[in-house]
Design a protein around this ligand. Structure first.
Ligand SMILES: Nc1ncnc2c1ncn2[C@@H]1O[C@H](COP(=O)(O)OP(=O)(O)OP(=O)(O)O)[C@@H](O)[C@H]1O
Length: 220
């Protein structure tokens, strides 16, 4: 589904050029659950940002379901990402002033999904994730694990082809971390391709394949 060929990224720093990703060659199959590990600063988040098209400043080839994203204009890439990619971040990124219901509805509203379908989809997600009783609460009234559950539900509601999770359990206690991993596995079983960055070897093994980055290079 995804193919990266010779993908590289660097920053200009006073001392010259700092390479963050070097000549990455990576294929990710449709429906795969891939885990990425590596030391701090090895380029894991940078790779996820490129995969999710949050970052358009790289060289090389990136093909996604036959579409050559490297030849696409930045604006078209962003639109492509909106239609295909969901993100889950370590620190949830929920909007503090919005209730759970509103947090889940907002991205659907941005996509032009009508009010009644929005309600239906949000209701179904709340039922599925067994968080119906949290509907009217605000993020500060939820535990970290519950907030991350809402963030995963929010990403899943957009029905992405690819779900990217950057240390989704990094801020959670182990039982909450397990729960989030269960949810990611469940979404993967539904057919969503999942790529997670993690420092936890046990959670990394929940994926079907593990790759390792060192100094911006794929070593495994
Ligand atoms: N704007 C920038 N300018 C220069 N260097 C940068 C910039 N952003 C990131 N880097 C460098 O890119 C490298 C990779 O960073 P990245 O966040 O991808 O690593 P990581 O493997 O996700 O680390 P961690 O596990 O600590 O989150 C780091 O050495 C970092 O200092």
């Amino acid at each position: 589904m995804i193919s990266l060929q010779g993908l590289s990224k660097s920053f200009r720093v006073p001392a010259g050029e700092q390479w963050v990703l070097r000549d990455i060659r990576l294929d990710i199959g449709k429906g795969e659950f891939l885990s990425i590990m590596g030391p701090s600063g090895s380029g894991k988040s940078s790779l996820l940002s490129v995969l999710g098209l949050l970052d358009g400043d790289w060289k090389g080839e990136y093909t996604f379901e036959g579409q050559a994203l490297h030849s696409m204009k930045e604006r078209d890439r962003k639109a492509f990402a909106r239609d295909h990619v969901g993100f889950v971040f370590q620190h949830y990124h929920l909007l503090d002033d919005l209730s759970v219901q509103e947090n889940l509805e907002l991205p659907l509203e941005y996509r032009g999904v009508g009010r009644s379908e929005r309600r239906e989809r949000v209701d179904a997600a709340l039922r599925r994730f067994e968080i119906e009783d949290k509907r009217g609460l605000y993020p500060r009234q939820l535990s970290g694990g519950q907030q991350q559950m809402i963030a995963v539900a929010r990403a899943a509601l957009l029905r992405p082809t690819l779900l990217l999770a950057d240390e989704p359990t990094g801020a959670l206690h182990s039982s909450q971390g397990e729960l989030i991993m269960d949810l990611l596995c469940e979404l993967n079983r539904d057919g969503i391709t999942v790529v997670q960055v993690t420092h936890n070897p046990e959670y990394a093994r929940r994926g079907q394949r593990l790759i390792e980055l060192r100094d911006g290079q794929l070593v495994q």
